[in-house]
Design a protein around this ligand. Structure first.
Ligand code: NAD
Ligand code: WQD
Length: 343
């Protein structure tokens, strides 16, 4: 349904985190006013300061938890919020299997609280961070938005539950504009080197692991299996530069300002790279030797996952532009400049 809403002030949940901080840069640079809610459970307020340094613009920051309904309502009451970009959530797959209720409570209940506060204050535009994890087994490649959803882990199930109830909200009230974005594998950092991914402890994901081995803070990369039916036997993924991803959110906002409705889009590049290709490219751009050893497959991993991105290109007029070299270059620049992250 066509509509014309002027979206000016955005509530960014989880805006101190990795993707959220990059989205804040793009939002401020595009002229939006930004208010961030984050409980800093997996981030540092320093990222907000750095975003302000990059953009020379101000962010209103509220340290609060989405489980705190009062705090949420207060934020909506005191601000004229036009739309929400909802990044806040826990995202560690392994931890979600160990502590399922923590994940259901934080991700699902947190989002229900958010939607209730939105309804109470008549805010009906939301962009939601979902994940390619909702597809699970990835049988038909490239994966399009109609592919079967069957998440293999608790984290993925929290994302799918949220997608489903957001769709129900839309069915109950057609004024809502809901954009579900299923990210593939976000990597890289802002090219200022001021913001980037700052995992707590030993990284679970490949790119930050490679960066820490290159830096010398970790010894060797475990390559989880080289007997998959892929180009070189190692896992293949659709890595997308976090700045391209952040720009996709601006396009998604523009889209919900014009159209109400519920839509699901893949955000990726449409190209798959293997673990070995990632290590080799990182080696090339950093000039550092990066040792690795092949180990057992990691439980729950699929051989290959990459997106069909034609729908996002069409609906958002958006395309990921940055190369794998640039992804590695920017990760390395961030890691070298911030060997201990934001601390
Ligand atoms: P992140 O952990 O860096 O950012 C999430 C932010 O949310 C953190 O700053 C954290 O402190 C905050 N947060 C968590 N629970 C909260 C709560 N209850 N109340 C307030 N703040 C809370 O993660 P990210 O990589 O930036 O991911 C952002 C979103 O994108 C997440 O929803 C994640 O599930 C999703 N996603 C991430 C990836 C990825 O690989 N990074 C891929 C697909 C989807
Ligand atoms: C990539 C490839 C590994 C680490 C995860 C989540 C997913 C999404 C993105 C949030 C795989 C291999 C990895 C290492 C390795 N997050 N690998 N050694 O598993 O595709 O997706 O992050 O939504 O939900 O599951 O990303 O970076 O962990 O792995 O060999 O030390 O690198 O086996 O083939 P993944 P990843």
């Amino acid at each position: 349904m066509i509509k014309f809403v002027h979206i000016k002030k955005i509530l960014v949940t989880g805006g101190a985190g990795y993707i959220g901080s990059h989205a804040c840069v793009e939002l401020l640079n595009s002229g939006y006013k930004v208010i961030v809610i984050d409980n800093l459970s997996n981030s540092n307020e320093e990222s907000i300061k750095r975003v302000q340094k990059i953009t020379k613009k101000k962010i209103q920051f509220v340290k609060a938890d989405l489980l705190d309904k009062e705090a949420l309502l207060y934020v909506f009451e005191k601000n004229n919020i036009d739309a929400v970009i909802h990044f806040a959530g826990l995202k560690a797959v392994g931890e979600s299997e160990e502590k399922p209720l923590l994940y259901y409570q934080n991700n699902v209940i947190g989002t229900i609280n958010l939607c209730q506060a939105m309804i109470q204050h008549n805010v009906k535009n939301i962009v939601f961070s979902s994940s390619a994890t909702v597809y699970g087994s990835c049988e038909n490649l490239p994966i399009n938005e109609n592919s079967k959803t069957a998440p293999k882990n608790t984290y993925g199930r929290t994302k799918l539950i949220i997608e489903n109830f957001l769709e129900d909200i839309k069915k109950s009230d057609h004024d809502w504009g809901i954009q579900i974005l299923r990210y593939f594998n976000p990597v890289g950092a802002h090219d200022s080197g001021l913001i980037g991914e700052d995992p707590k402890g030993v990284p679970n994901n490949l790119m930050p692991y490679v960066a820490q081995v290159a830096l010398g803070s970790l010894e060797i990369i475990p390559v989880y299996g080289n007997d998959y039916s892929t180009k070189d036997g190692t896992g293949v993924r659709d890595y997308i530069h976090v700045v391209d991803l952040a720009k996709g959110h601006i396009k998604a906002l523009e889209n919900i300002a014009k159209n109400s409705g519920y839509s699901v889009l893949n955000l990726g590049t449409g190209r798959g790279y293997s673990v070995i290709e990632i290590i080799d490219t990182f080696k090339k751009v950093s000039g550092v030797d990066i040792p690795y050893k092949v180990t057992e497959r990691r439980k729950g991993d699929v051989a290959a996952s990459y997106a069909n991105v034609t729908l996002a290109q069409k609906e958002l007029d958006w395309i990921a532009e940055k190369s794998l070299e640039k992804m590695c270059e920017d990760t390395w620049n961030w890691q070298k400049n911030n060997p201990n992250g934001y601390v």
